[in-house]
Design a protein around this ligand. Structure first.
Ligand SMILES: NC(=O)c1ccc[n+]([C@@H]2O[C@H](COP(=O)([O-])OP(=O)(O)OC[C@H]3O[C@@H](n4cnc5c(N)ncnc54)[C@H](O)[C@@H]3O)[C@@H](O)[C@H]2O)c1
Ligand SMILES: CCCCC[C@H](O)CC\C=C/C=C/C=C/[C@@H](O)[C@@H](O)CCCC(=O)O
Length: 267
């Protein structure tokens, strides 16, 4: 089990919702945490709140839009100057916007790639790094489709595929870095109200009742429950390439088929 005392973590999309919960559980377990978010006001307020609760200088906020390569790189350098190292990197920032779908891809998928490559470059043993762990936040919609959000679904499938491929690369090439994904069902944060917003859902608004019925099948989780899942993926040294599915009736590591299950067809 990885001990978190003295470790340095980075969490994107940390100003509210799941990111805030992830940052807090890492602080409670002894890590220092760099908070990254596009929302400067909420981020700075959270920095003050966390430093008061967990000790001065345990947390610092960096304003970053994860769709900007430059902002991400600049912040990473500042984090290294302040904290000296990065051991844990959680790519959590994500949005739902089916109308501005290229923006959604740039944040939800490209943002995860940007953060992961920055972290990997620093952590990789072949670069003189100390190893570490990266956790990418996907969704249950990265394992099965959410009809109202095809682009969001595509980005989350992308996050799962990217995480699994890179985890395999890390194992084969011995990077010394573990890379895992989280796939929670609905979680009680502002994001789940999106299904009712024409601005975010656009042409798929007519499917709102379909999402509502899915929410009955998968009752909302609380941020605190999902945060325990992050802690598991960070601490358990045996986990690399793991996808943790989380639902109200229980969490579990997803078993992906070794062979593709298929029904034969005549060609
Ligand atoms: N809430 C759910 O039901 C749920 C379920 C499964 C997965 N997720 C995933 O969890 C992650 C967090 O979602 P949440 O529910 O906490 O959402 P949220 O909207 O409450 O919080 C998202 C945070 O990300 C920040 N953010 C948005 N765009 C950004 C950008 N370009 N750069 C940096 N920060 C940015 C926001 O300012 C906000 O603080 C997302 O990736 C989401 O897809 C959420
Ligand atoms: C518009 C609100 C969007 C919230 C998006 C969040 O990421 C939450 C997504 C939550 C649930 C998605 C469920 C998708 C489910 C199906 O595809 C289902 O078949 C998956 C089956 C899983 C199982 O039963 O084991």
């Amino acid at each position: 089990m990885m001990a978190l005392q003295g470790k340095v973590a980075v969490v994107t999309g940390a100003a509210q919702g799941l990111g805030k919960g992830f940052a807090e559980i890492l602080l409670q377990n002894g890590a220092k945490v760099a908070l990254l978010d596009i929302n400067e006001k909420a981020g700075k307020e959270l920095e003050t709140q966390f430093n008061e609760a967990y000790g001065a200088d345990r947390t610092h906020f960096y304003p970053v839009d994860v769709s900007s390569d430059q902002q991400f790189k600049d912040a990473f350098q500042k984090i290294l100057s302040k904290f000296g190292q990065v051991d844990i990197f959680c790519n959590n920032a994500g949005i739902i916007n089916e109308k501005q779908w290229e923006k959604t891809v740039s944040i939800n998928l490209c943002g995860v790639v940007r953060g992961t490559y920055l972290a990997l470059e620093h952590m990789k043993k072949e670069n003189g790094g100390q190893g570490g762990v990266i956790v990418n936040v996907a969704s249950l919609a990265g394992l099965g489709p959410l009809a109202q959000t095809p682009i969001y679904t595509a980005t989350k499938f992308g996050v799962v595929g990217f995480t699994r491929a890179l985890a395999l690369a890390s194992e084969v090439a011995n990077y010394g870095v573990r890379i895992n994904a989280m796939c929670p069902a609905f979680v009680r944060t502002p994001l789940i109200d999106s299904f009712n917003s024409e601005e975010q859902i656009g042409q798929f608004m007519g499917l709102a009742d379909f999402t509502r019925s899915l929410m009955e099948k998968f009752p909302s989780l609380e941020v605190e429950e999902v945060s325990k899942g992050l802690l598991l993926l960070v601490k358990d040294d045996s986990l690399n390439g793991a996808c943790l599915a989380m639902m109200r009736d229980g969490a579990g590591l997803v078993s992906f088929p070794k062979e593709i299950p298929k029904t034969p067809v005549a060609l």
